[in-house]
Design a protein around this ligand. Structure first.
Ligand code: SF4
Length: 275
C-alpha cells in the first residue's frame, strides 16, 4: 500500500454555498457525480456553483474498480429528471454544465434518449449555457450515439479511464477498443471531443504515453489526466502517487504530439473547472 504523500491535500470548505448546493440537489431530487463518486474537488466546485449532474440513477451496471458510485440493480428511468436538472441550471445561472450518467447496460439505448432530453430541457430554459455531456460507451451502439449527436451538446466527452493492459482488472466489463471507437465516432460527427484517464492504478510509465497516442489517433481535442485517489476506505488501492513534475511532463508530451488542450494534475478530472 502506497503512503499518501503530504502534497496530496485538498482544502475542506464547509461554507454556506456548499450546503446551499447540497440542499438544492436534495430538494430537486437530482444526483451529482460530485457527491456520488466522492470527488475530492467537491468543496472547490460547489463553492463556485459548479456541478456535474449524474442522470439515470446512482446505481451502475458495471463494476469499474476506481469508481465510488454504487453498483447493483439499476433504477427506473425518472421522466421528470430532465426538467428538474434544467430548473437547477437556471436557478444557479450556470454558464457551463456537465451531464454524465451511470452506465446502463440494462437499457436498450443505454440511456441515450435521457441524455438528449436533458440537453433539450436545458437549452429551453438556459439557451446560453454551454453543455458538455460525458457519456458511457453504449457498448459502441451506433444508434445510441446518433441519439446523442442529435442533441447537439457543445462538447462530448468519453473517458478511457486507464491503460489497455489494466482493462481486465480495472474495467472488466468494458472494452478499450470500443472506447477508442466511441471517441472516433464523436469526432467524425464534428463535435469537440474530450477524454480523460487516471494514473496510479498500476500502469507502467511507458503505457501512459502509448495511451495518449491512442487517444490522439481518434481525433480527440482535449485530454485530462489526473491522479487516481481512493474514493473511500474500501476503494481499490492506489498503486503509485505521481508528483506535479510528472503531470507537467504529461502535459508537455500531450501538446507536443498534437492535442489542442491537455490538462494534467493530481486533482484534474474530466468535469473539473477547466473548459
Ligand atoms: S471535478 Fe467534476 S465531479 Fe468533481 S466536484 Fe468538480 S464537477 Fe463534481
Amino acid at each position: 500500500m502506497e503512503k499518501v504523500p503530504q502534497y496530496i491535500k485538498k482544502r475542506i470548505s464547509l461554507n454556506q454555498t456548499f450546503f446551499y448546493m447540497k440542499n438544492l440537489f436534495k430538494t430537486y431530487n437530482v444526483k451529482t457525480v460530485c457527491e456520488n463518486a466522492i470527488c475530492p474537488n467537491i468543496f472547490e466546485c460547489f463553492e463556485k456553483k459548479y456541478v456535474s449532474f449524474m442522470i439515470l440513477g446512482n446505481i451502475c451496471t458495471r463494476n469499474c474498480k476506481f469508481c465510488g458510485v454504487g453498483k447493483g440493480n439499476p433504477q427506473e428511468i425518472d421522466n421528470q429528471e430532465p426538467e428538474r436538472i434544467a430548473e437547477i441550471v437556471k436557478i444557479l445561472e450556470m454558464k457551463y454544465v456537465v451531464i454524465t450518467s451511470v452506465t446502463r447496460d440494462d437499457l436498450p439505448d443505454g440511456g441515450a434518449i435521457q441524455f438528449k432530453k436533458v440537453v433539450n430541457e436545458i437549452r429551453k430554459k438556459s439557451p446560453n449555457t454551454k453543455i458538455e455531456i460525458l457519456i458511457p460507451d453504449f457498448k459502441g451502439n451506433l444508434s445510441s450515439l446518433e441519439t446523442i449527436f442529435e442533441s447537439k451538446p457543445d462538447i462530448i466527452s468519453h473517458n478511457i479511464e486507464t491503460v489497455k493492459s489494466l482493462y481486465p482488472i480495472i474495467r472488466p466489463k468494458s472494452n478499450y477498443e470500443i472506447s477508442l471507437k466511441v471517441l472516433s465516432d464523436i469526432k467524425k460527427n464534428g463535435f469537440i471531443t474530450k477524454s480523460g484517464f487516471m494514473v496510479g492504478l498500476g500502469e507502467r510509465e511507458d503505457e501512459i504515453f502509448i495511451l495518449m497516442e491512442d487517444i490522439l489517433k481518434t481525433g480527440c481535442d482535449i485530454l485530462v489526466v489526473g491522479q487516481y485517489l481512493k474514493p473511500d476506505k474500501n476503494g481499490y488501492e492506489v498503486k503509485r502517487f505521481y508528483n506535479e513534475l510528472f503531470f507537467k511532463e504529461i502535459e508537455e508530451y500531450g501538446k507536443k504530439i498534437g492535442f489542442k488542450y491537455v490538462f494534467a494534475g493530481i486533482f484534474y478530472r474530466t468535469s473539473y473547472l477547466i473548459v
